[in-house]
Design a protein around this ligand. Structure first.
Ligand SMILES: Cc1cc2nc3c(=O)[nH]c(=O)nc-3n(C[C@H](O)[C@H](O)[C@H](O)COP(=O)(O)OP(=O)(O)OC[C@H]3O[C@@H](n4cnc5c(N)ncnc54)[C@H](O)[C@@H]3O)c2cc1C
Length: 496
């Protein structure tokens, strides 16, 4: 077996830890700036959570291709390829079915305004004022208000409206009524601009295009390699700076060390500070801040593959279902939640496949603590339960679904943790406070950056790609002049 370290250079300008969307975008951008970049991924496959897997029977399953905002078209065109941006298309049939309402929508501002006025009887002026307020929300305002308080201001005593607004966003980024309102506001506004979009061709096609693009730009990609340590030393002026990384092959355990001037970590921010770096690299107060960061919730998913030759009726693209009354953020992540979203993949998801194929992925938000300590037997029992509950929910729409599916399997918070190594198997990075730690990293260690799901806002496909762009601009500025004042947010964000 060839070594994952064959032809490894002794020194790179930048090492990127992890090939999720944030890491790949940062690596690709730095290579386009002319930097020598090493991208290191512990898994054999690239994409991180934005990846796919295949199963016998011709099934391909996407992990996180459920929907992202329209902004992906601009971001992928600017920072990836025209081909990727041109394959992004809208999901037009989003459904919500729960004890409070039954709604079918294109999930954009015009349609939501109509629904809120006609179906929920909210005065038009209130709906307009709500959207105007969201448009003005800004991360730098430091507004401590929660989403609960925001909703109470505009829709007091209307849990049904609050459910309509928050439930889809909670699925998209794990945010709750008690998180800062900005975490809801930014993501909801992004979706409301034009609706929900996905990548036509499937995640496999997108990752293949991204990989080819990175290679064409000169990124040195190493799979099956774990970054074990970021090496930091003090320079002649006593300033802590990145000098290299320690690597280990995940198959044979080979070890290597390469020198570099910058590291962009796509690992979870807590893992980056508390595991991949030595405590001596940071001030005490910063370490305490990093320890206090709460990770976001995780997920269970059930992947159902429809047998070749079979078809299923159109039941919607994204179907949000719940039996919970009233809606609560707690019920949404409960071990026995009744709230699940079905992403239905019709043949036009992968129009290039020879035979039309259908698949369904059920998503449930879950807590790591409920799954982490189950015995092997209990773990299997609860995986089977989650699959069974998915089938039962789906039978309400497609009564003969069991006879059409020839493959079903479940992923849990433990699966997420195993494949991408994130602490707590988090699906959406960290809670809000993680963003400050992520952005503060280069002030602690010259040349050390983090790009990836963090602070709820910088998560999801769009958030992580945009964060990768911002961070690569900062890392490039450091490479130009390590002693210069770090690039500010506004300069680094220009164009995103
Ligand atoms: C079930 C689920 C459904 C989702 N659905 C959607 C959706 O519909 N729309 C949407 O926009 N977002 C969705 N998301 C969120 C979205 O997928 C993520 O926010 C995004 O893909 C995360 O990108 P990232 O850059 O943070 O990196 P990640 O995808 O988290 O990848 C990090 C990478 O770093 C690697 N790594 C970690 N540590 C090391 C190390 N020490 N050495 C080497 N490699 C390492 C990991 O293996 C991984 O490849 C979903 C997430 C989940 C879990």
């Amino acid at each position: 077996m060839p070594s994952p370290f064959d032809n490894l250079l002794p020194r790179y300008d930048a090492v990127v830890i992890g090939a999720g969307l944030g890491g790949m975008t940062a690596a690709n951008n730095l290579a386009k700036f002319g930097r020598k970049v090493l991208l290191v991924e512990h898994h054999y496959q690239l994409g991180g959570l934005a990846t796919f897997f295949k199963r016998a029977g011709g099934h391909i399953f996407d992990i996180s291709l459920h929907g992202f905002p329209h902004g992906m078209i601009k971001s992928t065109r600017r920072y990836w390829t025209k081909e990727i941006s041109e394959r992004i298309h809208q999901l037009k049939d989003v459904r919500f079915i729960n004890p409070d309402f039954d709604v079918r929508t294109t999930f954009d501002r015009a349609d939501f305004t109509r629904i809120m006025i006609e179906q929920f009887r909210i005065p038009a002026a209130t709906v307009e004022a709500f959207f105007a307020h969201l448009r003005e929300m800004n991360y730098y305002d430091n507004d401590p208000r929660t989403t609960r308080e925001l909703f109470e201001q505009f829709f007091p005593g209307r849990p049904d409206v609050q459910r309509l607004l928050l439930e889809p966003i909670a699925y998209a980024n794990g945010s709750t009524l008690d998180d800062p309102a900005i975490t809801f506001g930014i993501v909801f506004s992004n979706f409301m601009s034009k609706g929900v979009f996905i990548f036509q061709g499937g995640t496999d096609t997108m990752i293949n295009i991204m990989t080819a693009e990175m290679k064409a730009n000169g990124v040195d990609i190493r799979r099956n390699v774990l970054v074990e340590k970021v090496v930091v030393e003090k320079d002649a002026n006593g300033v802590r700076r990145v000098v290299g990384v320690k690597l280990r092959g995940t198959r044979e355990g080979e070890e290597a060390e390469v020198a570099c001037a910058t590291v962009v970590s796509n690992a979870n921010i807590k893992d980056t500070v508390l595991k991949l770096s030595d405590a001596s690299s940071f001030d005490e107060a910063f370490l305490a801040q990093a320890k206090a960061v709460r990770v976001n919730t995780s997920s269970c998913q059930v992947y159902m593959g429809v047998r070749e030759g079979e078809s299923i009726p159109h039941i919607g693209d994204l179907v949000f279902t719940s039996e919970a009354k009233p809606f609560s953020s707690r019920e949404l992540v409960d071990f026995h939640t009744t709230s699940r979203t079905y992403s239905v993949y019709y043949p036009d998801t992968r129009p290039h496949t020879k035979k039309p194929r259908y698949g369904i992925v059920t998503s449930v938000n879950q807590r790591w603590e409920d799954w982490a300590h189950l015995s092997d037997a209990d773990y299997q029992t609860h995986k089977a339960r989650v699959i069974e509950e998915s089938f039962r929910g789906l039978e309400k729409f497609i009564p003969d679904i069991r006879s059409k599916v020839d493959h079903a399997e479940a992923a849990t918070p433990r699966t997420v943790n195993r494949y991408v190594r994130h602490v707590g198997g988090t699906s959406f990075g960290t809670k809000f406070e993680g963003l400050k730690v992520s952005m503060g990293l280069p002030e602690q260690v010259g040349g050390l950056y983090h790009a990836g799901s963090v602070g709820i806002i910088m998560s999801g496909w769009l958030g992580t790609i945009n964060y990768g762009v911002i961070v690569s601009a900062k890392a490039d500025a450091y490479l130009r002049d390590p002693s210069a004042k770090p690039l500010g947010e506004a300069e680094a964000s220009a164009g995103v």
